[in-house]
Design a protein around this ligand. Structure first.
Ligand SMILES: Cc1cc2nc3c(=O)[nH]c(=O)nc-3n(C[C@H](O)[C@H](O)[C@H](O)COP(=O)(O)OP(=O)(O)OC[C@H]3O[C@@H](n4cnc5c(N)ncnc54)[C@H](O)[C@@H]3O)c2cc1C
Length: 421
């Protein structure tokens, strides 16, 4: 009886093994291998979801140089004094504990024929599917007089962490009545309301600490995200403090001199105390190295975020050219879940659900004065296409604005848990 029972179990197990016999993947490896480059809003989410939902069926490696990820989202609230820097930092420990092989290094090369990623520290990491979510880099020569070697004198603070801290330190050191300048970026760029939330939070800080200080914004665009809401808020909370110089007034004709700390707008030279340069952007360099970009961004198929150039390479978040979604953390996280599902389906036969995407971007204008814009999207053959959207209205009550801010707090807690576990 015992022997029969043992035999039964044995033969059943053998049959199950035969049925589930995995495909043999690259270089004879039995388990499929997914490599994710970039542990931010897109990459950390994709790595976590693939590892969690495949329950050990897929080897997942995440390549990310930094040991702590400092979110850009809410970094403006840190500038405004509403959040501390520690509120923005997240480690990769829980991802590692939950089965993601976290490698702290830079990806410096992609061999699409051999299907390997090479690392700055040496060594090659093989993949069956490669997901790139490297965020943004800056377009060389976008602002005359500025390049990355000037980022300490004139910070961009458009990647999280030390740059954000530097900008805050410079704001705190401004003389009373000094001038804070911002050079805003052309479209498309990371976080459409980001520069204008930053102006609001800088004004919030200066109003309390340096009330006679001025803010100049040179903008190459005639209009910007949530413009009416921001302008209403600036007039209400920071009257006379902010001078926004749009395209019509020469806002796009800008050069800077980091050594002299001057900004020249449409021929007029101004001495400034702090200068925040947010240059034109492009996909993080590794996407270009992998050969999946066309111009500044990486075109992708909306149904699964695979690139147009290579069906085994996917690009998420800011680096992708996907259609109607803004370049935001919410969007990258949403795209990552669609991609993770598609990658699991391709590698293990797991059920693939139709792609659906959503986004909301909240901005804080003054303490408890929050506004938002958002939409839902679907995949079409051409792009991620907007289905419907919403935006806060001007003239809303203080209670509604406070509730909107509180909603953003909930979103921040939710998305960071969704990324890092
Ligand atoms: C001031 C500001 C405010 C913002 N506010 C909001 C907001 O309120 N809501 C919102 O949704 N979004 C907001 N965003 C936008 C949001 O931060 C980005 O859209 C989002 O982080 C994009 O995710 P990503 O995965 O594409 O890139 P990231 O999150 O930037 O992640 C990229 C990661 O890739 C790594 N990396 C790059 N190159 C390599 C390489 N070669 N090898 C290995 N790793 C590499 C980087 O170290 C980085 O960790 C804001 C942005 C800014 C600047």
């Amino acid at each position: 009886m015992n022997i029969n029972r043992r035999l039964f179990i044995g033969s059943g197990a053998a049959a199950a093994t035969t049925l589930a016999a995995p495909t043999v993947f690259a270089d004879g490896h039995a388990k499929p291998r997914v490599v994710v480059v970039g542990g931010g809003a897109g990459g950390a989410t994709a790595a976590r979801y693939i590892a969690k939902d495949s329950k050990g069926e897929i080897d997942v490696t995440l390549i990310e140089p930094t040991r702590m990820y400092y979110t850009c989202f809410f970094s403006n609230l840190y500038l405004g004094g509403v959040k501390g820097i520690d509120d923005l930092g997240h480690s990769y420990g829980t991802l590692a504990a939950n089965g993601v092989n976290v490698v702290h290094d830079w990806a410096v090369g992609v061999d699409r024929d051999a299907k390997t990623v090479s690392l700055a520290g040496g060594g090659q990491v093989p993949y069956d599917k490669l997901i790139l979510s490297p965020g943004i880099d800056f377009v060389d020569g976008a602002v005359e007089g500025w390049d990355l070697s000037a980022q300490n004198a004139m910070p961009h603070a458009y990647k999280g962490g030390s740059q954000t801290e530097l900008l805050k330190a410079q704001m705190a050191a401004m003389p009373q009545g000094g001038t804070f300048a911002m050079v805003a970026p052309p479209n498309p760029y990371r976080c459409p309301p980001g520069p204008y939330e930053r102006v609001s939070m800088v004004a919030h800080y200066l109003k309390a600490n340096n009330p006679t200080a001025k803010i100049i914004v040179a903008d190459p665009k005639p209009k910007f995200s949530k413009m009416a809401l921001f302008q209403e808020g600036w007039a209400e909370h920071y009257e006379g403090m902010i001078d926004w110089i749009g395209e019509d007034f020469g806002g796009g004709e800008v050069s800077v001199d980091p050594a002299a700390m001057t900004v020249t707008i449409d021929g007029e030279v101004t001495n400034v105390d702090v200068c925040n340069i947010i240059p034109a952007m492009k996909a993080g360099r590794i996407a270009e190295i992998a050969g999946v970009t066309d111009g500044n961004w990486a075109p992708v198929n909306a149904a699964d975020m695979s690139t147009k150039a290579d069906a085994d390479i996917y690009v998420l978040g800011d680096a992708s050219q996907q259609g109607d979604m803004p370049k935001s953390g919410y969007a990258a996280n949403s795209q990552a879940k669609v991609c993770a599902n598609a990658v699991r389906g391709a590698l293990t036969g797991a059920k693939v659900f139709p792609a659906k995407f959503s986004n909301t971007c909240w901005s804080l204008i003054d303490a408890n004065d929050g506004v938002k814009v958002g939409a839902t999207y679907e995949a079409t053959d051409e792009k991620i296409a907007k289905v419907d959207g919403f935006i806060s209205a001007t003239g809303e009550s203080a209670e509604l604005r406070k509730a909107t801010y509180e909603e953003s707090e909930g979103w921040y807690a939710g998305i960071t848990a969704d990324m890092f576990g």
